[in-house]
Design a protein around this ligand. Sequence first.
Ligand code: MF3
Ligand code: CO
Length: 289
Amino acid sequence: METPKNRPCWCGSGKAYALCHMELDFKLAMLRRKGQRTPPRELLKTPAQIEGIRRSAALNMAVLDYVAANIGPGITTGQIDQWVHDFTVDHGGIPAPLNYQGFPASVCTSVNQVVCHGIPSHRQVLQEGDIINVDCSTIFNGYFSDSSRMFCIGRVNDTWRALVDNTKKAVEQGLAQVQPWKHLGDVGDAVNRFARARGYSVVREIGGHGIGLKFHEEPYVSFVSQAGTGMVLAPGLVFTIEPMINLGTHRITVDRRNGWTVRTADGKPSAQWEIQVLVTEHGHEVLCW
Ligand code: MF3
Ligand code: CO
């Protein structure tokens, strides 16, 4: 639907269309005619939606800060699940993973060779030398946020610690590509090159995703992608950067009993950091990490 240029913009900013999204819409239409994959309007968040997502993301970060302040040797992943659940609910949020497609907990806790979607358990005690990804996702006032961090439990050997640190750096390399009119493939390619240059492998089957009004929206964010390909990044697009980077093989297995836990095929460790990012007019805004 074309909005006349003097009418209020479709995004609800209150500004005239000609002074708000008109130029962006024209540019996207032009790129679409040239055969590029452009985000549909539904994926471009309005100012009101962005504010809602920011508040959800702020709570998601607070949950992870709480975990960071309390995690350590002797803590069980079941306790982490309880903390995440209670902190989120006490602050008016809902843990997005709980019952999501049947997931049985409020958070994913992925230790050592677990790549992602680890299920917390009161029987799983964190030991000195472990590395763990804690992946939190929050619904607040209907808006979704999602980020994850790695934690080193006590003293961790240099190889494993380097994997954790380099995986964070790989995310930062991807983030640097998040600028309007670049492509999603530029993000994945930057992550992938950085990781492989350091001798790591990158998980191929699982990636990031659009997010905001739902937990998982378009686009899918691959970390085995070619620069210059994939969706055009336009202001208002919100997605996650969350590569899983392995010390050994890129190959993974899914637990046959619970259908969730993803592990490296060779039993070597895997690391993941996840940030949620908004494409802005001149670059990006990290919503949560
Ligand atoms: N938090 C994960 C992500 O980053 C999704 C986990 S789905 C769940 O996309 F059900 F396991 F929570
Ligand atoms: Co995610």
